[in-house]
Design a protein around this ligand. Sequence first.
Ligand code: NAD
Length: 357
Amino acid sequence: MSHFQREFAVTLPAGRVRFGPGVRHDIGAEIARLGAERALILTTPRQADAMRAFATEAEGRVVDVFAGAKMHTPVSVTEDALAEVEKIGADCLVAVGGGSTTGLAKALAYRTNLPQIIVPTTYAGSEATPILGQTEDGIKTTLRDPRVQPEVILYDAKLVTGLPVAMTVTSALNAIAHAAEGLYAEDRNPLSSVMAVEGMRAFADALPRVLADPGDLDARGETLYGAWLCGSVLGQVSMALHHKLCHTLGGTFDLPHAETHAIILPHAIGFNAAAVPELLAPVAEIFGAGSAGRALHGFAARMGAPTRLSDLGLKESDLDRAAELATQNAYPNPAEITPQGVRQILEAAYCGRPPVR
Ligand code: NAD
């Protein structure tokens, strides 16, 4: 159905987004532009040393580095970081890292309203959304709030040249998942669909070039452009079956985020292709021939992505429980969601079988 036969609304974030190899070196000027002078840098333990060096480039505008960001944004880590924000009187947050580090900045901004500058080092795309997922006592909750939307994003291709190849591929497929599901979102709009198609096209073009030469700045730059587009789609429209399955597998069975997205994506998209083949036609065109699910499966395999949930530690005996959990609450999805249908998706993804469509 054409966009213009439906009502639609476009909500665009008012942020500033810069691209370019070396753009991170302007960090001091970007902090100053926000009227701030006491920034706190956030990162993961693995990236701590590099960030202490980076802090010295900020013309004296970075006061400290908090290197405790963790996957799934635990509230206990946010509370430790909040104590640091208060101790040093921080007036700006600078997150350098993947989705976990961005999550910490967002959790702090939600509580303090401090401005955020995000310097992404993966393709997760969280920097382009007003969405925050947090974990407390083993339960993950998600909220949307304008306070959480970062003010500035600096996409520096040089920072992703060091992203290991396996993470590069799974993180790219994680981004592509936002765009693919965005194409059939109930609240999609003409702009979100254009961004989704262009984001997927950027990855289809640049990811093979990145794998041939992980230091190729042109290809890395294009993947970051793709990450921003795909993340912007996630920020604008609601997700469906694919994201629900990944959250269930991550939340209850502790499967790793990006790998789980990479494995489930062709199966969830193939399942929905039966209901909305015309909306998913761009996926088939961009990633290969034939149907959307099969095209994505082929692309993921060519890129060397993991294809079996069994390789992530899921047990065959978990499949029934996962199918039950993923179908517990109703949510909009183009194809009807049934426990048997979801069980079949999970089984194919467990064994690494190509999807039917
Ligand atoms: P991550 O941020 O957890 O990073 C994984 C690991 O890779 C970390 O140890 C990190 O130190 C390391 N790393 C990151 N960049 C690196 C680089 N360039 N070189 C070497 N090592 C690097 O992984 P992620 O996949 O980016 O983020 C996943 C998290 O983001 C999940 O918690 C997910 O829920 C969240 N997320 C949120 C949104 C949102 O809109 N709220 C969107 C996407 C993802």
